[in-house]
Design a protein around this ligand. Structure first.
Ligand code: JHZ
Ligand code: SAH
Length: 405
């Protein structure tokens, strides 16, 4: 039995992925013998409804001055964050007297939009290499981990925030009580805290098990976020679903009683109860579905290997670390992974040690099959590669099940 990170109740894991490396630890050849791993298990707390990792590596092992994920590698995500920023500015009537804070601003993909609209803002980003890209865009960035003590420190030199934003960061932080206390401290009385993360309902529906890796300590739902907010005298006032990262949810939170609660919140909570996201049994059947995907994909890759087909992968995602290590995909099944991120290139993927090569070499490699690890960017990528893939080449995808197209 393990204690829930949110309410301290006991719970048991429903899936055990075995020993996993750090999802973004792409290594040079000489570093391969020295890989850190941790036992990756996931459980559901039936008291506060939070789905969570049982254990997580220390944060400094994941977020540091060599962090491999740069947000601006997707054009679609740049557009998404422009729309996000515009809608927030409108909703809260932001102007040059307002103050916006973003937790986990990475390379400035979101905040760059506030700078160009002359709205004062501050980024908080502990991974120094990505933070320095944001700084070069003219942003003020504090390179520390956000928590309650940092919120107090920020108030010594800044005003309270009209808006606090965060995307694909909250679900990375095990110390959520300190985060929510920090929000309470930093947010103006009529301010709002908006964050989005991969949505539990979509993960269960699509069996997108690869959203589970070291960085993703929580899979949130309206049920769990509503409970967590109440524990801090905060209130979940809106939820809006997003297509990004394979299906995400945007949650808006305000001080308790400060704003009207949208009926979207009640609707989504009821829907989650109908889908039985509040019952342990739903999670046990999820595990069976994951194992079916594993068996189908490994069978296919072995058949292609026997037929001497050339199989490569596209997108050295964090998610693929779970796929490769749980399914035991090795370079004899998938020759290499092509990726546009310089810091990942000419290194080996975590655990599975599949070579990661520069995207520039993808087309000349002349593959028969391309395993799409960046399936969440399928629309953008398939559009870009349409002509190249049309001549006798095939995509392989595995969410929600194994498919060749
Ligand atoms: P992508 C990361 O997850 C980590 P990952 C993190 N934990 C999280 O939650 C999300 O991001 C937000 C490459 N690529 O976005 C770039 C191409 O090569 O699915 C990336 O390496 N060509 C913070 O790593 C990877 O694929 C392209 O055309 O699972 C995509 O990674 C495109 C679009 C991407 O996130
Ligand atoms: N918001 C961006 C970046 C997501 S990557 C996007 O959606 O693309 C997750 C980021 O969270 C990393 O850059 C990591 O350094 C940062 N992070 C992790 N823990 C944090 C914390 N406690 N406070 C602030 N940022 C944190």
């Amino acid at each position: 039995m393990t204690k829930c990170l949110i309410c301290k109740s006991d719970f048991s894991p429903f899936i055990n992925f075995g020993d996993m490396p750090i999802a973004n630890a792409f290594s040079k050849k000489e570093e391969l013998n020295d890989e850190y791993t941790f036992p990756m298990k996931v459980g559901f707390c039936s008291n506060c409804k939070m789905v969570q990792l049982v254990e997580q590596p220390d944060r400094e092992r994941m977020f540091h001055d060599n962090y491999a994920f740069y947000s601006s590698t997707s054009k679609y995500m740049k557009d998404h964050f422009k729309l996000f920023s515009d809608s927030v500015s409108k909703l809260q009537h932001l102007d040059s007297n307002s103050f916006v804070v973003e937790i986990g601003c990475n390379d400035g993909i979101m905040l760059q939009n506030f700078i160009s609209s002359n709205i004062p803002c501050l980024g908080i980003e502990p991974s120094e290499n990505v933070a320095s890209v944001a700084t070069k865009k003219g942003l003020e960035v504090i390179t520390e981990f956000f928590d309650q003590p940092l919120a107090k420190k920020i108030l010594k030199s800044h005003q309270k925030a009209d808006v606090i934003l965060s995307a694909n960061v909250m679900c990375h932080i095990p110390y959520m009580h300190s985060i929510f206390d920090g929000i309470k401290t930093l947010l103006k009385e009529d301010g709002i805290f908006i964050f989005e993360d991969p949505y539990l309902g979509e993960i269960i529906e699509k069996t997108s098990f690869d959203q589970i890796y070291d960085e993703h300590v929580f899979l949130f739902s309206a049920l769990s976020i509503n409970n967590l907010s109440q524990m801090h005298e905060l209130e979940l006032i809106n939820v809006e679903s997003q297509v990004t990262h394979g299906g995400s949810m945007r949650y808006t939170i305000a001080h308790k009683g400060a704003k009207k609660v949208s009926k979207n919140v009640f609707k989504l909570i009821n829907q989650e109860k109908k889908l039985k996201l509040d019952e342990e049994q739903s999670y046990l059947s999820f595990t069976d579905k994951v194992n079916k995907i594993r068996d189908d994909l490994i069978k296919l890759l072995n058949e292609l290997k026997n037929d001497r087909k050339k199989v490569v992968a596209y997108g050295a995602t964090s998610k693929s670390t779970t796929v490769n290590n749980y399914f035991k995909i090795t370079p004899d099944l998938v020759e290499c992974i092509y990726d546009t991120t310089p810091i990942k290139q000419n290194k080996f993927s975590p655990g599975a040690h599949i070579p990661v090569l520069p995207y520039d070499q993808f087309r000349e490699s002349d593959p028969d099959y391309v395993l799409l690890f960046a399936w969440n960017h399928a629309t953008e990528i398939m559009k870009k590669e349409k002509d190249f893939m049309s001549t006798n080449r095939h995509w392989i995808t595995y969410i929600p099940n194994v498919n060749i197209s």
